[in-house]
Design a protein around this ligand. Structure first.
Ligand code: FES
Length: 278
């Protein structure tokens, strides 16, 4: 008897090669969990990495893989804003307009970008390069206002630096995030990483910078400790102190400024101030 091709019973419209690759990746994802249906979220990222959004085929594929109904998969895919139900641009430019970023200039950045690109929230430029979004807090409030490009950080932005960033993306230039990975990958590539497939960039670039570590620095300077901190750890286990440093490996202080507002010198601060008044 001839073996049935992988995915031969699939009701999706994927071609044989795409389907075979998806099935192999789905097997790996399902194998990570005691209950395979726990893999729905990474599976949705996986199908998004193929077409740049969660299509009807993507919904059907996830349902077939996990023994769910299409309605159950759709209910999850429409709940989370990271899953797109229409084709996304090459780069999602997400402007944080949550409370702190908003008052620090996030709303002004979004409005300027919206006007400059002539698109609104969750809309894509006609060339397919940029999808503009309002995003919620990215736990980077100490660098407010923050713009994310495919979930990479661009800190301390201004309307001017953000429009320059968008223009560079649209012209195909490589841009360098302020922290984290050294470059920005495409939306499809990023979706594959979110599905749990390592692209080798996780340890790139700068980590925590001065503003993030400032509270810790002050606490140590003044000898403050958290309640119960002295007793932390197993009895008899010495506490391991790791002193954070800036200006060395894994510190954003070592990275050259990528926008005028990254420059903490007088010129950069003047640019940032000008942007804040916009
Ligand atoms: S409010 Fe923007 S990162 Fe927290």
């Amino acid at each position: 008897m001839t073996a049935e091709p992988v995915g031969a019973r699939s009701r999706t419209g994927y071609d044989a090669e795409t389907l075979a690759a998806l099935v192999a990746d789905a097997e790996e994802i399902k194998g990570r969990y005691p209950d395979p249906r726990s893999g729905l979220l990474p599976l949705l990222h996986l199908v998004q990495s193929v077409e740049g959004y969660v299509s009807r085929d993507g919904i059907v594929f996830c349902a077939e893989q996990l023994g769910l109904t299409a309605a159950e998969v759709s209910a999850v895919a429409t709940f989370y804003t990271q899953y797109k139900r229409h084709p996304n641009g090459e780069y999602t430019v997400g402007v944080c307009t949550n409370t702190l970023c908003a008052v620090m200039g996030g709303d002004a950045i979004f409005d300027r970008l919206s006007q400059h690109l002539d698109v609104g929230h969750d809309e894509t430029t006609p060339d397919g390069s940029v999808t503009l979004e309002r995003v919620e807090c990215n736990a980077a409030c100490d660098y407010a206002p923050v713009v994310m490009v495919n979930w990479e950080f661009f800190d301390n932005q201004t309307p001017e630096s953000a429009t320059e960033l968008a223009d560079r993306l649209r012209s195909g230039e490589q841009v360098t995030p302020t922290r984290g990975a050294d470059s920005v990958c495409s939306f499809k590539q990023m979706s594959r990483v979110l599905a749990g497939f390592d692209d080798g960039r996780a340890d790139e670039g700068a980590g925590a910078g001065g503003p993030t570590l400032e509270g810790l620095r002050i606490a140590r300077e003044r000898g403050w400790t958290a309640p119960g901190g002295e007793q932390a750890g197993a009895p008899g286990t010495p506490r391991v102190e790791v002193t954070p440093e800036t200006g060395t490996g894994q510190s954003s202080a070592e990275r050259k400024p990528t926008t005028p507002s990254d420059d903490t010198g007088p010129a950069g601060q003047a640019d940032a101030k000008e942007g804040d008044d916009d």
